[in-house]
Design a protein around this ligand. Structure first.
Ligand SMILES: *Cc1c(COP(=O)(O)O)cnc(C)c1O
Length: 392
């Protein structure tokens, strides 16, 4: 069989078998509507409560502070629009950053069109948001600050506790998109003063199409999907029961295996980074050298295009990404790479390899054998590279 190495866990993961097994009976045996009063409904409602407890426990929240959604994007939309619309009378200013996921960026851009004012903060060369910059951006009419926990493209982890502390002092709501952080970082929303937090099950070995938003008790937030009174009237629609069972199991497993998994994945990541930096000239590592997700690597290879590199890696069985699954297919370079100050032509040559539970040392060795050859071959076809070499 030909090799298949998946290094795109930041885009999505497979669903863990143990998680799937726990979900399966909820398609057939336990199919009742949790809002129904009969026993078919009641037994399902109980299982949803178990899932809610598991999600809450993993981040130090109360079960009644967890709202299930149809994924990370919906959780981000609910947090941002929900707070913006509910707190209009207090103010219309929102602070976020230039490196957020499109689910946050475009939601904020939509709110701008509706009359809200949004400050998109710059980041430094490693993609770090400075707490001081957050503090300086606060105005009398600021109602919400939204800063992602860890970046999905370059893996940089943000000083979330410091930023949340500032928001807390100023009595401004603080939301974090923690979609990439769950399972890779230990989080306690109470100790860290986080008012709202988004997660998506399919980024931590759960099923796709289910996520959750934590909303601290007392936060003023209105629903954005209207209809029934599910999720304490904050998210209408019959619950995705198997999905909810899945996210509950997946988050529990992620934190049970936390130390072991993250130590191993960090070791593989460092081996991959070291190998690539040593073997491939004219390469830069994007993101923070230390303060990054255990599973994230992101490189720019000068004089080549990310897309051709991806295709060539794919032919060798290696699945990577040019940065974000959401922006590939477009010719625009990544907004994150531009925000850390890379010029367009360099931002085009980026590669994200994101590791997961199944990856092995052999996988890394194979990448380190194949990738330098591909980069070299692509560079031989670049007229610019010829000039550089000639000039040496
Ligand atoms: C994947 C991702 C999302 C979107 O989650 P979906 O479940 O795909 O809607 C949002 N934010 C970040 C940081 C992500 O990585």
């Amino acid at each position: 069989m030909s090799k298949r190495i998946y290094l795109d866990h930041a885009a999505t993961t497979y669903t863990n078998k143990e998680v799937l097994n726990e979900m399966l009976p909820y398609f057939t045996e336990y199919f009742g509507n949790p809002s129904s009063v009969h026993q078919f409904g009641r037994e399902v409602k109980k299982s949803i409560d178990v899932a809610r407890d598991r999600v809450a426990k993993a981040i130090g929240a109360l079960p009644e502070e967890i709202y299930f959604t149809a994924g990370g994007s919906e959780a981000d939309n609910l947090a941002i629009k929900g707070v913006a619309y509910a707190n209009k009378s207090k103010g219309n200013h929102i602070i976020t950053t230039k490196i957020e996921h499109p689910a946050v960026l475009e939601t904020c851009e939509q709110l701008e069109k509706e009359g809200f004012e949004v400050t998109f903060l710059d980041v430094d060369q490693y993609g770090v948001v400075s707490p001081e910059a957050v503090r300086n951006a606060i105005k009398d009419n600021t109602i919400l600050i939204s800063v992602m926990y860890a970046n999905n493209e370059i893996g940089t982890i943000q000083p979330i506790s410091e930023i949340a502390q500032i928001a807390n002092e100023k009595k401004i709501y603080f939301h974090t998109d923690a979609v990439q952080a769950i399972g890779s970082i230990r989080i306690n929303v109470k100790e860290q003063n986080i008012d709202m937090l988004s997660m998506a099950s399919h980024k931590f070995y759960g099923p796709k199409g289910v996520g959750a938003l934590y909303v601290r008790k007392g936060v003023k937030l209105i629903s954005i999907i209207h209809g029934g009174s599910q999720e304490r009237k904050r998210r209408a629609g019959t619950e995705n029961v198997p999905g909810i069972i899945g996210i509950g199991k997946a988050i529990e497993l992620a934190y049970q295996k936390f130390d072991e998994n993250n130590a191993r994945i960090t070791m593989l990541r460092d081996k991959l980074i070291k190998g690539i930096m040593e073997k491939v000239p004219y390469t830069r590592l994007n993101g923070h050298p230390e303060n990054r997700l255990p599973n994230n690597t992101n490189f720019c290879f000068e004089y080549i295009e990310g897309e051709s590199l991806l295709l060539n890696l794919d032919m060798k069985g290696i699945a990577g990404s040019s940065g974000s699954a959401c922006s590939s297919g477009s010719l625009e370079p990544s907004h994150v790479l531009l925000a850390i100050g890379l010029p367009h032509e360099i931002a085009h040559g980026s590669l994200r390899l994101s590791l997961g539970e199944v990856n092995t040392e052999e996988d890394i060795e194979y990448v380190l054998q194949v990738l330098p050859e591909i980069v070299d071959r692509l560079r031989q076809m670049s007229p610019l590279y010829e000039k550089v070499k000639g000039g040496k």
